[in-house]
Ligand binder design. Structure first.
Ligand code: UDP
Length: 547
C-alpha cells in the first residue's frame, strides 16, 4: 500500500467511477468504467489485436518524465518487433506524448496499444492538469506518484476485460504499487531501469554494506564496497533512490520502492552486456534475479529510419528546430567537428552559469549545437547575451531554444563530442553514436553515470563538479567557469594522444552496441528470450529464480 496515508485505491474507486479510454489509431474508441463493465464498448484495439494470441503480452507502466518514458516506449516497441503484444498504460498527458509513436508502430504492423487512464487529481491532492506541462514541478511529484498508484484498480479491470490476457507487467521502478497489480493478475512483474548496471550495483552495494555508517559529511568520499575495483563516491552523489529528502514521506516511499524492487521477478535494463559484463553479472547476483539487458533501445528508431522528422519524433516532443534544417546545418560542417551540448529534459543552468557556458563554448573555437531548455524563461539580460553570442558565432554555433532532436544530432557524422549532464539515456546514446563526452553531472544517478563514462569506459572528460545541485549548502551561481568549459571541450575535441584514445574507445563501444542489437547479439537475444519466456503457458515466472 502507498505510504503516508495515500488513500486506498479500492475505496477511491467505489467513490468515483473513472472513465477509461482506449485509444487507437485505426479503431473506434471504447470507454469503460473503472470496475471493468463496458459502458460503450466499440471495437477497441484489444478486439482486433492478437485475438487468441499465443504471443507474450507485456503491460508497460512507464513514468512520464522523458528519461523514463522514452526508453520504456522504445523497449515496448522492440519487444513488439519480436512478436510480442505490448500495452502501454498511461494517464492522458503521457499518452498524448506517446500516441504518434505508437500509431506509427501500429501502422507498420506492430501489436502495440495505448490505454489511457485519467488521473484523479483531487483525491491525490494535485492541481487539475498538474501533469500537462513540460515536467511535473518537484513539489508535486509526491502527489503525482499517489495519483498513479490510484490507477491500479482501473488498469486491472481493463486488462481483465480486454484480451489477450497479460503475461507480464513491466513497470518503472518508481511504481511500487505494480507489485499488487501483477499479483492480482497472477503474472510476473519485471522492473524497468534506464540506468547502467554499474550504477545500480554501486547504489545497491553502498546500501547493503552500510557504506555510509559513521560518515557524517555528505561530501566525504567512501570506497564503493564489493566491486573488485576502487571507485569513490560521496553520499551526496549517490544518496539512493528517493533518499536524503528531509521529508518523512519520502523515506517511507524509498523503503516501499526498495521492497518492490527486491520482490520483482526480474529486471530489464537499457544497457548492453558487452559494455559492462562484470556489473551485469554482479547486479544479477546481488539481487538474486535475472537481468535482461536490451539496450541501447534507441537503436529501434535508427534501424528503421534515416528520415530526419522520424528520428526527431523519437524524443516524443516537438522539436524546437525543424529537423531538416538542423540536419542541413550539420551537413555543412566537417565530420567530427561539432560538439553537442545538452543537460537533458529536467536540468536547467542558472542564468550566470548559462553565460559562462556560452563564453566557454565560444572560446573553444569548435562548432556547437547547444540545446537550451526553457531559454525564453531567462531574464532579459541572459536572453540579450544569447542573442549577441548567436550573432558572434553565426555559422559556427546553433542554439536550440527548447527541445532538440537529440538522436538525429548525435547520429550525424559532423558531431564529434557531447557535453552532457550524464543522464543515462544521453550517456548511452553517446556510446551508441561512438562519441566521447564532457561529463557535467547535476544530480540523481548522473554522478555514477559520469564514473561509468570516465573511469569504466574511458570515453569522458569531467568538468570536475563534485556536489549535486540539490546538496549545495549555499547554491552556487557559477559551478563551472568558462575556462573549464573551454578546456574540457578542447580536450575532448582535440587531436592529442588522449583525445584519440577516447575516440578509439568510443568507436569500439559503438561497434559493440550495434552488434548487441543485431541478430546474434546479446540484447537481441535477450529480447527474444523475454518474448519466449513470457508467452502464455510458458514458465516466465521461473526466470525469477535464475541468475
Ligand atoms: N532528449 C531529446 N531532446 C532534448 C533533450 C532530451 O530528445 O532536447 C531526450 C534524450 O535523447 C534522452 C532523454 O530525452 O533520450 C533524456 O534522458 P536522460 O536520461 O539523458 O536525461 P534526463 O532528461 O532524464 O535528465
Amino acid at each position: 500500500m502507498m505510504p503516508c496515508a495515500a488513500p486506498r485505491s479500492q475505496q477511491h474507486n467505489r467513490a468515483r467511477k473513472q472513465q477509461l479510454i482506449v485509444s487507437s489509431a485505426s479503431t473506434t474508441t471504447a470507454t469503460m468504467t473503472s470496475q471493468g463493465q463496458s459502458a460503450t464498448l466499440g471495437r477497441g484495439d484489444a478486439e482486433n489485436d492478437a485475438g487468441g494470441s499465443k504471443a507474450a503480452h507485456f503491460v508497460f507502466v512507464p513514468l512520464r518524465e522523458q528519461g523514463h518514458l522514452i526508453p520504456a516506449v522504445d523497449t515496448a516497441l522492440l519487444l513488439a518487433t519480436h512478436g510480442a503484444v505490448c500495452t502501454i498504460v498511461a494517464p492522458p498527458s503521457t499518452a498524448a506524448l506517446v500516441r504518434p509513436t505508437v500509431d506509427s508502430a501500429r501502422r507498420s504492423g506492430l501489436q502495440v496499444r495505448l490505454a489511457e487512464f485519467p488521473l484523479d487529481y483531487a483525491t491525490a491532492g494535485l492541481p487539475e492538469g498538474a501533469d500537462d506541462g513540460d515536467s511535473i514541478p518537484p513539489m508535486q511529484m509526491w502527489n503525482y506518484y499517489r495519483a498513479m498508484a490510484l490507477l491500479r484498480a482501473p488498469i486491472e479491470s481493463y486488462l481483465r476485460a480486454h484480451a489477450p490476457y497479460p503475461t507480464c507487467v513491466v513497470s518503472d521502478f518508481v511504481h511500487p504499487w505494480t507489485t499488487e497489480l501483477a499479483a492480482n493478475l497472477g503474472v510476473p512483474r519485471l522492473t524497468f531501469f534506464s540506468m547502467c548496471t554499474f550504477g545500480l550495483l554501486c547504489q545497491h552495494n553502498l546500501e547493503r554494506f552500510h557504506a555510509w555508517d559513521g560518515v557524517e559529511d555528505p561530501n566525504e568520499p567512501v570506497v564503493v564496497p564489493g566491486l573488485g575495483r576502487r571507485f569513490e563516491v560521496t553520499r551526496a552523489q549517490a544518496p539512493g533512490f528517493f533518499r536524503g529528502i528531509p521529508i518523512p514521506c519520502w523515506e517511507e516511499f524509498a523503503d516501499y520502492v526498495e521492497r518492490a524492487r527486491a520482490e520483482a521477478d526480474g529486471v530489464i535494463v537499457n544497457t548492453f552486456q558487452e559494455m559492462e559484463p562484470e556489473y551485469v553479472a554482479g547486479y544479477a547476483a546481488a539481487r538474486k534475479m535475472k537481468v535482461w539487458t536490451v539496450g541501447p533501445v534507441s537503436t529501434y528508431h535508427q534501424r528503421r529510419t534515416t528520415l530526419a522528422s522520424t528520428l526527431a519524433s523519437r524524443g516524443l516532443r516537438t522539436s524546437a528546430i525543424d529537423p531538416e534544417e538542423c540536419r542541413r546545418w550539420l551537413d555543412g560542417r566537417a565530420p567530427g567537428s561539432v560538439v553537442y551540448v545538452s543537460f537533458g529534459s529536467i536540468s536547467q543552468a542558472d542564468p550566470k552559469q548559462v553565460v559562462e557556458l556560452g563564453l566557454g563554448l565560444e572560446a573553444s573555437g569548435h562548432p556547437f549545437v547547444w540545446m537550451l531548455r526553457n531559454a525564453d524563461g531567462y531574464h532579459e539580460a541572459v536572453r540579450g547575451f544569447l542573442r549577441e553570442l548567436e550573432a558572434r558565432v553565426a555559422g559556427r554555433g546553433l542554439l536550440v531554444r527548447g527541445w532538440a532532436p537529440q538522436l538525429l544530432v548525435l547520429s550525424h557524422d559532423a558531431v564529434g563530442g557531447f557535453v552532457t549532464h550524464c543522464g543515462w539515456n544521453s550517456t548511452l546514446e553517446a556510446v551508441a553514436a561512438g562519441l566521447p563526452v564532457v561529463t557535467w553531472p547535476h544530480f540523481t544517478d548522473q554522478f555514477l553515470n559520469e564514473k561509468m563514462a570516465v573511469e569504466v569506459l574511458g570515453i569522458g572528460v569531467s568538468v570536475g563538479v563534485t556536489e549535486p545541485l540539490t546538496y549545495q549548502a549555499v547554491a552556487k551561481e557559477i559551478v563551472v567557469g568558462r575556462g573549464v568549459v573551454e578546456a574540457a571541450v578542447r580536450s575532448v575535441m582535440g587531436d592529442g594522444e588522449e583525445a584519440e584514445g577516447r575516440r578509439r574507445r568510443a568507436r569500439a563501444l559503438a561497434a559493440m552496441a550495434r552488434a548487441a542489437a543485431q541478430p546474434g547479439g546479446s540484447s537481441h537475444a535477450n529480447l527474444l528470450d523475454l518474448v519466449e519466456r513470457f508467452q502464455p503457458g510458458a514458465a516466465g515466472g521461473a526466470a525469477a529464480s535464475e541468475v
